[in-house]
Design a protein around this ligand. Sequence first.
Ligand SMILES: Cc1cc2nc3c(=O)[nH]c(=O)nc-3n(C[C@H](O)[C@H](O)[C@H](O)COP(=O)(O)O)c2cc1C
Length: 157
Amino acid sequence: MKLLAIVQSSEKTGNTMQIAEAMAEVAPLTIAELKDAAKYNLEQFDAVGFASGINAGRHEPELLKYVEGFEKAPKYSFVFSTSATGNYKKYNQKLIGLLKSKGSNVLGSFGCKALCTFFIFGLFGGINKGRPNMDDFDAAQQFIKDIETQIEKLKNN
Ligand SMILES: Cc1cc2nc3c(=O)[nH]c(=O)nc-3n(C[C@H](O)[C@H](O)[C@H](O)COP(=O)(O)O)c2cc1C
């Protein structure tokens, strides 16, 4: 089992990277920063995850552009994000739709609340201080284990 997560996470907060790192503690997950994605052969992985913080209601534009540029999308994928509101069911839709339009089977979608220092929130240290927290990491680890289980079942069929 080989999983890859392609992650774009800001240097300032690094929330989404923290989530990816928590996942990698419990699953055979390689983490690639988006800027290094070209170094990886996506076809060598059983599933590829795509993740970033949410910017104006969707994933970061560079990540969306990267996925838009796929000639051949990974057969199996998953999506995650961190955001101020944690409303990932809405926010992840754009990226999920893009992956599906490229023929990828999106096995799951995850997200959680995280520190936001954007704009006036930064004046008082940000909102959601202490997030992601242990509960968020636990939920992220459960999510990636579920992805693994799904792939094992698909391989056995
Ligand atoms: C320019 C900008 C736009 C953002 N837009 C949203 C948004 O639309 N909804 C939301 O819930 N959070 C929004 N946020 C908060 C980030 O999604 C949140 O802090 C995220 O965890 C950052 O991820 P990262 O640390 O991995 O880069 C925004 C933050 C910035 C800096």
